[in-house]
Design a binder for this molecule. Structure first.
Ligand code: SF4
Length: 429
């Protein structure tokens, strides 16, 4: 389904987003525009939400004005069931006119409306949900919708790129997956395989899927489909918290480079420059308390928003990174209005228990890490280099005179970095 061009473009976008964090661009944007849905799914309780909420066309237009959205951003319209949105026609007409690179997702329980809307407003792609045969569909979705999905597929498969969306969940099986793969083959269309998740928006009630011998149960026919196997195979690893950075073991990545490394895990755990070692347990306890509050009441605890520090306070700060970061992220032209700089306290549980350098030894590809000469974050780059014991082809480039934040935007430093990257990749690719 993806072309070489898509992979190259997404790779460049990824590099841009890592190296220019204030200028991020989205390759995809899913807009959950309504909570209205006529299905009664077990794996998603959005249909029970009251009051029903919609994003208006104006809300959506505001989202589309974000600088992160470009004409290459693929926008997905979904819900709930998007087609039930009271402004569905207006929204699709707006997209057809202003951002034709958009897709539609549907459960197809209103087949005629879906068919008519696709013909009239020409989305780039249609994704339709189907989780097994007729009985499974009824059991998992509480509605007798199987034939309606097939009706939409038969009507539109030759008119618009169409994918079946299969969701593996605690209520269906790998046999259902094989069944839906056969349906896709029968109609000569694409299939996207997803796995049940517990995203808060969907008010799910069941825990994440578990299955013994998970990988062995994946049907062989998945290899006849595109881009699904890796995703399904990695699910178990992800659920068990073993998923690692792709470069740390994936030999398709031929060389690895990074700039001004910041080990979020170590900093959240130990404080910047290991300055908060004395309070690790206390902060873990606070995060656990916030999580418990969220589980019991649904209330998310966030730290209080910080005021922009005064000149005096800035001078008194012990680290350049924070002082310069306040200028760069808070007041410079690189500032973004959506930046809140405040994560829910409960997230500290995950962040403090993670470490970016945990599996550095698995990297056996050429490795280049760049850091500023006077950067007070240099200790994290040095730690990563030291732990990268699996590769002899490793180099650290120190940008003369630069601090961490200045490697992002000061021209005399920024100009050196791509030159160094080009030399490195030319040598190894
Ligand atoms: S999974 Fe889709 S069809 Fe089912 S309730 Fe949720 S939004 Fe509706």
């Amino acid at each position: 389904m993806y072309s070489i061009y898509d992979y190259a473009y997404n790779g460049l976008l990824y590099l841009n987003n890592v190296m220019r964090p204030r200028h991020k661009r989205l390759s995809q944007l899913m807009i959950y525009s309504t909570t209205l849905c006529q299905s009664k799914c077990k794996h998603c309780n959005i249909w029970q939400k009251r009051p029903v909420e919609h994003l208006s066309l104006e809300d959506i237009q505001r989202i589309m004005q974000s600088r992160c959205v470009t004409k290459r951003t693929t926008v997905g319209l979904e819900g709930g069931e998007f087609i039930l949105h009271p402004q569905a026609d207006e929204i699709m007409a707006w997209f057809q006119e202003n951002h034709p690179n958009y897709t539609l997702l549907s459960n197809c329980l209103a087949p005629r409306r879906v068919i008519d809307a696709v013909r009239r407003y020409q989305p780039r792609h249609l994704y339709v949900s189907i989780d097994g045969g007729r009985e499974t569909y009824q059991r998992m979705r509480g509605r007798d919708g199987y034939d309606r999905v097939i009706e939409v597929v038969e009507a539109l498969k030759d008119e618009v790129p169409l994918s079946l969306m299969f969701c593996l969940s605690p209520w269906n099986t790998f046999d259902d997956m094989a069944y839906v793969i056969d349906v896709a083959k029968h109609y000569g269309i694409d299939i996207r395989i997803g796995i049940y998740g517990t995203m808060a928006f969907f008010d799910t009630t069941s825990e994440l899927l578990t299955a013994s011998d998970f990988v062995k149960q994946i049907p062989q026919s998945i290899h006849d489909t595109q881009e699904n196997y890796d995703f399904v195979e990695l699910y178990d690893e992800w659920r068990n918290g073993h998923l690692r950075l792709r470069c740390q073991g994936d030999h398709r990545i031929k060389a690895v480079a990074a700039l001004s490394m910041f080990n979020t895990g170590r900093v959240r755990r130990n404080g910047y420059a290991d300055s908060q070692l004395a309070t690790v347990q206390e902060r873990l306890a606070k995060a656990a308390e916030a999580r418990q509050q969220w589980v019991e009441t649904g209330q998310v605890v966030c730290p209080p928003k910080q005021a922009i520090p005064t000149e005096e306070q800035l001078k008194a700060m012990p680290f350049d990174l924070y002082r310069e970061g306040i200028y760069y992220y808070g007041t410079s032209k690189y500032r973004h209005e959506n930046d809140g700089a405040s994560a829910p306290v409960q997230c500290m549980l995950d962040l403090m228990m993670w470490d970016a350098t945990g599996r550095m030894a698995l990297i056996d590809q050429p490795l280049l890490l760049m850091t500023g000469e006077i950067s007070d974050s240099k200790y994290m780059t040095e730690e990563a280099m030291e732990k990268a014991t699996g590769t002899a082809r490793k180099e650290m480039y120190v940008v003369p005179g630069a601090s961490h934040i200045k490697t992002y935007y000061v021209p005399e430093y920024v100009e050196q970095e791509p030159q160094r990257l080009v030399e490195f990749f030319k040598k190894y690719l």
